[in-house]
Design a protein around this ligand. Structure first.
Ligand SMILES: C[S@@+](CC[C@H](N)C(=O)[O-])C[C@H]1O[C@@H](n2cnc3c(N)ncnc32)[C@H](O)[C@@H]1O
Length: 288
């Protein structure tokens, strides 16, 4: 790198740092590497206005894939690579994987590219997410069946009781936590991708119920959630009758992934689900 290039990078980084960007050096490096010189000033101004870098350059790296992103669709985060990796690791050869709340399709595409499933089904309530996930899977040549629908209906009737892995990064921000989100999230991720409801447990509770009815015996549930809600989410999974429940750290060491299994065939019956207590929101949330 020449002295001039170093100076240009330092100038961009200091402008981004002054604007409150959390990773000014890395962002300056990527802008210089990926944006054409005639677009650079506009791109730096957008980033300084706290537009996510991924929307400015148009793509995001996720595990081994380069995915397109689009305004209005949740941008996949590095933390979610752990969730996807767990789904890859738990997918049996010839297995069936279902990913509700797929967004850009990052998790489903990773499973389809890294594991050897028979079927990967992904769905989302948002038509823009469905279109982007379909486009990403098609461009990458991956067999992911993407449909539009509510997370509660993510498993088609014919697959009830036959799903090997149910994996999701659903909305998990509680109403009272939205104001604490950084501008990159609050102003650019769609509210429906973030907001779960008053407690933040609404979508994960619904997915635990889907897991209970839809997973094959011994099948896996994997959920990303807020660090402060992971233990309670695990407790809710246990109360619902799932077994082998555990909490796994994300790439930054925070407890963010809840893993659980449907009881294996012949396991003693589990007690009926109890009503979960609601945990009050208290501190700034994790971005989903
Ligand atoms: C946090 S984003 C995660 C997207 C993607 N899985 C990822 O990790 O990048 C949550 C996604 O859930 C979708 N969503 C929210 N509520 C939903 C519901 N009730 N049923 C289906 N999808 C829903 C949103 O449209 C959004 O794409």
């Amino acid at each position: 790198m020449t002295r001039g290039e170093r100076a240009a990078r330092a100038a961009i980084a200091s402008r981004l740092a002054a604007a409150g960007v959390a990773t000014p050096e890395a962002d300056a490096r990527r802008l210089l590497a990926e944006v054409a010189p005639e677009r650079l000033e506009e791109a730096v101004a957008r980033r300084a206005a706290r537009e996510p870098l991924q929307l400015i350059v148009g793509t995001v790296g996720f595990r081994y894939l380069e995915l397109d992103v689009a305004p209005g669709v949740f941008i996949p985060r590095p933390e979610t690579e752990v969730l996807a990796g767990e789904a890859v690791a738990r997918c049996p050869d010839g297995g069936t994987v279902v990913e509700p709340c797929t967004g850009s399709g990052a998790v489903a595409c990773s499973v389809a590219s890294e594991a050897r499933p028979a079927r990967v089904l992904a769905s989302d309530a948002d038509p823009a997410a469905v279109a982007l996930a379909r486009a990403n899977a098609a461009r990458l040549g991956l067999a992911v069946e993407v449909t539009r629908g509510d997370l509660a209906e993510a498993v088609p009737g014919a697959l009830v009781g036959a799903v090997d892995v149910l994996v999701a990064n659903p909305p998990y921000v509680a109403e009272g936590e939205l104001a604490a989100l950084p501008p990159e999230v609050a102003d650019h991720d769609p509210p429906a991708a973030l907001r779960a409801g008053p407690t933040g447990h609404e979508a994960t509770d619904a997915l635990i119920a889907v897991a209970r009815t839809s997973l094959a015996p011994g099948g896996h549930l994997l959920l990303e959630t807020d660090e402060r809600r992971a233990a309670e989410t695990a407790a809710r999974a246990r109360r619902a009758g799932l077994v082998d429940v555990g909490v796994l750290p994300d790439l930054t060491g925070r407890d963010r992934v809840v893993a659980a299994r449907q009881p294996p065939r012949g396991a003693p019956p589990t007690p009926p689900p109890a009503a979960p207590p609601d945990a009050p929101p208290d501190a700034p949330p994790d971005a989903p």
